[in-house]
Design a protein around this ligand. Sequence first.
Ligand SMILES: [Ca+2]
Ligand SMILES: [Ca+2]
Length: 283
Amino acid sequence: MATTRPFAYNPTSATITGTTNIGTLCIGVSALNYGAKPGGLTWWMGPDEDNSYVIAKDVSTANFPTQLGNVGNVQFWRCSNNDSAFTNLVSIISGTNQASSLAANDWLTSNNYWTNRVPYIAGLYKTTYSGYFADVVSFFATATPTAFGANPATSVQTTSISEPATDDGSGFSCQWIGYFKPTTSETYTFYTSSDDASYMWIGSNAQSGFTTLNATVKNGGLHGNAESFGTIALTAGIYYPIRIQFGEQSGGDVLTFNYSTPTITKTTNVTGLVFYNPSTNGF
Ligand SMILES: [Ca+2]
Ligand SMILES: [Ca+2]
C-alpha cells in the first residue's frame, strides 16, 4: 500500500500546526484533515514513499504544471531507500559529488530541500553486554545486549560519553558507535580513562577492520582507573566513524571520554559533535 503525505503551497510561510515549512513549501507531518484545507491551503498528495527516499523543493520558475491561479510549483525526486542511491541522487541535484549520505543530507538541509530520509541524529549509540570482552574486539559482534547495573542495555549519549563512576558489578562490557564531526580542522587528542580496558577508533578503522593494534586510543588490559590518549589530524565538518569499547572484569568500573586540541581545552563535552544513524543504531 502506498505511503504518501500531503504538500501545499504556503505563500506566507505561516505556521500551521502539524506541518513543516521549508520556504513556501508546506509539508504535512501529522494526521490532519487535509480535505478541510488546514491553513486555508490546497493540499496535494506527494509521491509514494514506500521503499523510497523522496526529495522535494518548491521552485518558483520551472517548467512544471502550475495549479490554476497559483504560482507554487513543487519538484519531486525519488530513489530507492539505500544510502548509495540517495548520495548519487543528491550529487545529481546539487551538481556536486557528495562524499557520503551524511554530506548529501547536510546539502539538502542547507539548500532548503525537504526529504523523508531521517538524517543522522545527535549522540553515540551505547550498548551494554554481560561478560568481560578481555581485549577481544570481536566480542561485541556476537554478545547479547543486556542492562547491567546503572547501564541500560541500549542508550544514546549526547553530551558526554561515559560509563558511570559507580560500582555496577563485575563482568560486563560496553560499546559506543556513531560519528564524530569536528568543528575545527586541527590535531585532535582523544583520551579514555577507564577501569578496566578500553579502546577508541576514529576514521575508517572504526567502521571495519578495527583491531587493538590500529586503535587511536589503546587503554587495554586489567587495571584500575587509568588514562591513555592518541592523536589524529581531523577536518572540520567531516563525519568520522567512531567506536569505543570498554569492559569491566571486577572491582571498580568506570569510563570517561575526553578530547582536546590546540584551540579546545580538554573536555568531556561532545554536545553537537556526535551523531548516529537511527535506522541502524550505528553507522
Ligand atoms: Ca560503573
Ligand atoms: Ca575493574
